[in-house]
Every structure is written in structure tokens, then in C-alpha cells.
Design a binder for this molecule. Structure first.
Ligand code: MG
Length: 172
């Protein structure tokens, strides 16, 4: 039997590989975190932001949402979905909304700060999010753009709820 810790490692590595393959580095997500926290955490750097992002990427409920969303994007890109779903994903149909729901579910694991932050960056299409939203590339990122925004927002929630630890890391 595979232990919980082994599964965690497997899921984490799978997610990192998938993100990288789809053009997203942890530094890109950290850039969104720093942007969101610019008025709240003095001197927040990439290292501490990535620390918070990794906390999120090791949470099982977050891992499940991320793996599911990216899998659907990849299947759609290969044309492997059936009729209406393939069209919904190909055209990124604006009334579909399950991508946003999944992102809100992920963000809400870290409280209301994360949910509101997700909505904010989703509207702004800040940083890597505008690249992921570019439909001219032929890539299908229906879920990925929302998930990346939600990971950044969730990391902000983690930072907000672990202020002492964060200050310790920044003062080192
Ligand atoms: Mg989307």
C-alpha cells in the first residue's frame, strides 16, 4: 500500500511537472503573491512566497483540485472529451463556471482572504494569468488560469494566518 506521505510526494511532483510543462514556474505564482501582499507584508520575497505556495501544494484537497483541472485541460487539448464538453473547453465557454467554482473551493481552504484575492486577480489577469488566458496560442487553459490564481490567493491566506512564522522567516 502507498503511504499518505508517498502519495503526497507523488501528487506534489506530478503537479510541479504539469505546471512546468504548461509554462508555469513557482516564481510566476510567487510574483502574483507578492503583488497581492504588497500593501500588507513589508519585504515579502520570492523565497517566502514559494514557501507559502508549497504549503498549499502539499494540501491534499488543493492537490486534488489542481490535478483534476489540469487533467481536463490536457484531455481537451488532445481532443479526447465527448461532444459538448469538448466544445465548452475548446471555446472556454463563459457560462461554464466550473473552473471558477473549483478555484473558489481551493481558495476557500485558506479562508475568506483567499477567496476575495482570487476574485481580484482573476478580474485583473495579473502577470502569468494574462499569458494563460491568451486564446491565440491554441493551448487550452480553462482550468489552469483559475487554479494558478487560486494557488496564489491561497498562499496569501496561509501568509495571513501564519504572521509570526512569516516575520521570523523574513527577519532571518
Ligand atoms: Mg478559466
Amino acid at each position: 500500500m502507498v503511504s499518505y506521505e508517498e502519495q503526497d510526494k507523488e501528487y506534489y511532483q506530478h503537479i510541479i511537472r504539469n505546471l512546468n510543462d504548461r509554462g508555469v514556474q513557482l516564481e510566476d505564482i510567487a510574483e502574483i503573491v507578492i503583488f497581492l501582499e504588497r500593501d500588507y507584508i513589508d519585504g515579502l520575497d520570492t523565497e517566502v512566497s514559494i514557501y507559502a505556495i508549497n504549503k498549499v501544494l502539499h494540501k491534499r484537497e488543493a492537490q486534488n483540485a489542481i490535478m483534476t483541472g489540469i487533467e481536463l485541460d490536457e484531455l481537451a487539448e488532445k481532443g479526447l472529451l465527448s461532444g459538448p464538453m469538448q466544445r465548452i473547453m475548446r471555446t472556454d465557454e463563459s457560462t461554464y463556471g466550473i473552473d471558477e467554482n473549483m478555484a473558489i473551493t481551493l481558495a476557500s481552504l485558506y479562508g475568506s482572504v483567499s477567496v476575495t484575492n482570487y476574485g481580484y486577480v482573476d478580474k485583473l489577469k495579473h502577470g502569468i494569468l494574462s499569458k494563460l488566458n491568451d486564446k491565440s496560442t491554441g493551448k487550452i487553459n480553462v482550468f489552469l488560469d483559475d487554479l494558478v490564481g487560486a494557488i496564489a490567493a491561497a498562499a496569501c491566506g496561509w501568509l495571513a494566518h501564519n504572521e509570526g512564522h512569516v516575520q521570523e522567516m523574513l527577519n532571518k
